[in-house]
Design a protein around this ligand. Sequence first.
Ligand code: PGA
Length: 251
Amino acid sequence: MRRNIVAGNWKMNKTLEEGLKLIEDINLNIKKIDAKNVQIIVATPFIHLAKAVEKAVSPVRISAQNCASEEKGAYTGEVSAEMLRSTGVEFVILGHSERRAYYGETDEVLAKKVDLALAYKLQPIFCIGEVLEERKAKKHFEVVKKQIENGLFHLSEKDFSKIIIAYEPVWAIGTGETATPEQAQEIHHYIRKVVADKYNDEIADNLSILYGGSMKPSNAKELVAQPDVDGGLIGGASLDADDFCRIIEAF
Ligand code: PGA
């Protein structure tokens, strides 16, 4: 059975002190709600990870936001999948549109990162999504299919079953604009079909597909009510413990 997942992506926000305080607040708030049906993930900047893993109380689990495309060695400033795993982190976001757009991460580089993450037992949260011009030109189906094919379809069935996909239309990220529940359902359903065609129905049914892009307490419920929307990847609203936990309550 596929899991419902709410993942917060802090991006480049919060000092160490602020971040650890936010984890504590999330721990406290979650105790007050019924979060049995939801896996809760918080993706912090690298510098928080080791301490965040210690601070997070189950069911909160910690993710990185990126990892290196090489295994180890002379790559100044990079952080490897193995190093991440050594902090106790269990997940890593890969292919976020900000990484693709600002740091030139290509599908080829991302495929290498996916392999390294899996080799070091990190579960990738693999992001895909079209930009506004592509949506207007009705190319969004084609775009996400290519991103999945190039980044993930070299994986065996066993490895693919460890992947979480996050569909994030770039025009909705941090803009306050959200895909409508119908738009989200339409493309999530399509993504599941692409996966079923490549692998099989069981793998596609078990895949968690998260929606990302200005998800907030006021719109989470109608988005996650869609049959193929299994949760959210949340940026802005994950920086506030109350908002983040209100989104979790949407399940
Ligand atoms: P947002 O970011 O919720 O601030 O739109 C989502 C994301 O980039 O993962």
